[in-house]
Design a protein around this ligand. Sequence first.
Ligand code: SAH
Length: 268
Amino acid sequence: MEQSEGVKGTSHESFVPSIFLQNFYSPQSAGFGQKDGLGPWKLSCLHRAFTEGDIRGDLLIDVGSGPSLYQVLSGCEVFSKVLLTDFLEVNRQELKSWLQGEGANFDWTPFIKYVCELEGRSPSEWTEKAARLREVVSDVLPIDVHRAQPMAPDALPSEGADCLVSCFCLESASPDVDTFTKALGNISKLLRPGGHLLLIGALQESYYLGGPEKIPVLPLNESQICTSLQEQGFTLIRLEVHTPPRDITDTDDISDGRGCFFVKAKKN
Ligand code: SAH
């Protein structure tokens, strides 16, 4: 896929999956050991969203998966088909290699075990959950949120997906609010009317270390997010905010965000 205007200059060329994963999802950085850690918070938000009973259907698409899988650990129990997507080939390769069980991949076990517990299952059932994920993820495909048609036209049914998840993608791919809002409108075309959108992202963040270099991020606040959603025809169901525990002062070297948001919305 050709690079689109919106991506040039956003330094995603310097993204290195192993560095990104180590920085944000290693057991120490994911926050499993801390009260109110970000990792458990994100997994809990997604678990709640997918078990409230209103999200149903066959196809779930994760937009801008990066090299990560945590964001579909709850959804993979509800949907029979999950598509992972990313702009970068290195990230798609990383995901394919985990799905095929090849080589020494990143270890998602702590995340999988945590979601097993949320689901009331024993953490020892994590291997079954990993198998379920490998079974329902049917492909890992290219996407560009800056294109009017972000995915290849034959990649999904004409009626669209039943649900979209997207974490930390739109704000890291967009240089300004207009581009962010437009990208939201572009991905909305992948979703059927009445389908749900689950967004997780950073608040007031200007960069993150997704490799050796800082990758710029559009600093967002809650009211901008609500305005963009409304402009693109979404009805907000819930917005939640996570503020990092006070004792975490040493994370500014990997990102400068002031918290994270979770949105559950519905396409009108
Ligand atoms: N969702 C993952 C990855 C977030 S990092 C997680 O939560 O861990 C941001 C991701 O956005 C990167 O994987 C990057 O490749 C992707 N990205 C950057 N520009 C994009 C674009 N134009 N379209 C789709 N994805 C893009």
